[in-house]
Write a protein that binds this ligand. Structure first.
Ligand SMILES: Cc1cc2nc3c(=O)[nH]c(=O)nc-3n(C[C@H](O)[C@H](O)[C@H](O)COP(=O)(O)OP(=O)(O)OC[C@H]3O[C@@H](n4cnc5c(N)ncnc54)[C@H](O)[C@@H]3O)c2cc1C
Length: 495
């Protein structure tokens, strides 16, 4: 495709995707003579709402060599142990999706299978009692996990909530310090090489022409390079995920921050609550087919805690993905490559894996057709697996409004149908290639939505098994009692 190694990379866009890519490339290319330039337009601005993450964010921060405490202070971050789903399984029902598994294996099979078997034989303690991560979250506490072999009950993960604009600013400082150059201004049009179809240059309103060998499209939903210029199509998944709008608003913090994101089901979608140190991010993700923007706004405002500090901002989107995220010398990262609603906070992690694919498949800094094809294949699978996991939340809901009935009754991808059937049949979680959400996450969803699979009888005497389970539960309770509050934990970092 291109025999010559890349010498200059132009990142177009300075939102979360643009600056995450710039900072990562600055580190990756520290000892390599490849120039990295980022072009952004303050006039156009950014989406600026991605504030909840998943544990994979640690790898990104560690790769950049940033200390956790430095990162937390710079971005006003809080800790996230998982997501609480309120009113999804039915009115007033709530469950927690922790960044952790449940219990320690007792029999020769995963703990959750033993638990479901015990339940079928009358055991009444909830599965969540066997998860320290969940118990800490419920108690508003936080402690660092302990990966000591003897402390398996304290093996869990965590992520962060952070201020998106402070995050981008922090990464910009990092990238510029390491040689990334920034150009301010708007791209007017893009020029292609007529013989190869490769992008040649970006031409700005100011008249400046910026050439490069590789272009990273981080222009967000407009997808200026990959979509508008190269004509790569977008697959619309809104028949499975019909939410197409979000209203985002910030409020003052009036209580200590929870160590988790809250997702509360509403009339035609769900509301997020993301607590930071200094404020709270809120928003209502809804389907405009089932509720008007005015009604959605009213419902959102009626369900806020704390004084509003911004006006609700309306964002429209189409759930789906770019058919190929890498075409010729253009790689799309961030919203230009696709969007899945933020129910499981997966966009920033998709940015990370987009960067990982770019760097892994730019072998010897050359663009090679077979590597590009493999990167696209993996990217598609990753998107599809996350899509299925998100659809699961809707499919299993226990609510009665028209929107919720619609999503419960809709057809779903066969890959998801098979997973639900396998679980129901044999308590098995059937994972396939490129799953971001592993066994424990699927278990927490099935459990939270009150699914009871067929579970074989306990292998040992029920009383013995139950006694071991109770011991485990008590140890978790003790561990939770010993932990400090989330607010105190953050304070200890800031002082
Ligand atoms: C409602 C909502 C809630 C979300 N919540 C979460 C969450 O909790 N967790 C999570 O992981 N993700 C979340 N996301 C996704 C997250 O916000 C995005 O993945 C992230 O912000 C990356 O956006 P981006 O950088 O791709 O695009 P943008 O932020 O839109 O940035 C685009 C950039 O391109 C530039 N640009 C565009 N056109 C031009 C041009 N012609 N010339 C020059 N520059 C140009 C703009 O100036 C800007 O700098 C959410 C998204 C939405 C819509």
């Amino acid at each position: 495709m291109s025999a010559e190694p890349v010498k200059k990379i132009l990142i177009v866009g300075g939102g979360t995707a643009g600056w995450m890519t710039a900072a990562y490339l600055a580190r990756w290319l520290e000892k390599v003579d490849i120039q990295v330039v980022l072009l952004e337009s303050e006039l156009i601005g950014t989406v600026g709402v991605g504030e909840a993450t998943v544990p994979g964010i640690h790898q990104y921060i560690q790769y950049l060599g940033i200390k956790e405490s430095e990162f937390i202070k710079a971005t006003n971050a809080t800790f996230k142990l998982g997501i609480e789903f309120e009113n999804w399984a039915g009115m007033d029902a709530r469950f927690f999706h922790p960044f952790a598994g449940y219990g320690v294996q007792i029999e020769d099979r995963p703990f959750y299978k033993t638990w479901w078997s015990a339940k079928a034989q009358g055991y009444s303690e909830g599965l969540e009692k066997f998860c320290l991560c969940t118990q800490l979250a419920k108690a508003g506490k936080f402690a660092l996990p302990n990966f000591d072999e003897k402390s398996r009950l304290a093996w869990y993960n965590y992520a962060y909530h952070f201020d998106a604009s402070l995050f981008a600013k922090f990464l910009r400082g990092y990238a510029e310090k390491r040689g990334v150059t920034r150009i301010e201004g708007k791209i007017n049009h893009v020029q292609l090489d007529t013989s190869t179809g490769f992008i040649q240059s970006a031409c700005m309103d100011s008249g400046q022409v910026v050439e490069a060998d590789l272009f990273v499209d981080c222009t967000g939903m407009p997808a200026l390079l990959i979509g508008k210029t190269l004509g790569v199509g977008y697959e619309d998944w809104s028949h499975w995920l019909p939410c197409d709008s979000a209203l985002a608003v910030q409020t003052k913090s009036v209580v200590d921050p929870d160590p988790f994101t809250r997702s509360s089901a509403r009339t035609a979608g769900w509301q997020w609550h993301i607590p930071l140190q200094h404020r709270v991010g809120n928003g209502y993700v809804y389907s405009s087919e089932f509720i008007s923007p005015e009604k959605a706004r009213e419902e959102l405002l009626n369900n806020l805690i704390g004084e509003r500090v911004t006006e609700p901002k309306l964002i429209r989107f189409t759930t789906g993905m770019r058919s190929d995220f890498w075409v010729k010398n253009c790689v799309s990262i961030g919203l230009s490559s696709g969007f899945l609603e933020p129910l499981e906070s997966t966009s920033i992690s998709l940015i990370q894996s987009g960067i990982a694919k770019l760097t892994a498949f730019l072998v010897n800094f050359k663009i090679d057709e077979k590597h590009v094809a493999e990167a696209n294949r993996l990217n598609r699978l990753e998107y599809e697996r996350i899509r299925d996991f998100i659809i699961l939340h809707y499919k299993l809901n226990g609510r009665s409004n028209p929107f919720w009935q619609h999503v419960r009754e809709m057809n779903i991808p066969s890959t998801l149908e098979e997973k639900i059937a396998a679980f129901s049949r044999s308590c098995d979680i059937k994972l396939i290639e490129q799953e971001s959400f592993k066994e424990d996450s699927w278990v927490s969803m099935f459990y939270g939505f009150g699914q009871d699979p067929y579970a074989p009888a306990l292998l040992a005497e029920p009383e013995k098994i139950q006694a071991v389970m109770n011991k485990m539960k008590n140890a978790i309770q003790k561990g939770c009692e010993l932990a400090t509050s989330h607010a105190e934990f953050i304070q200890s970092i800031n002082t």
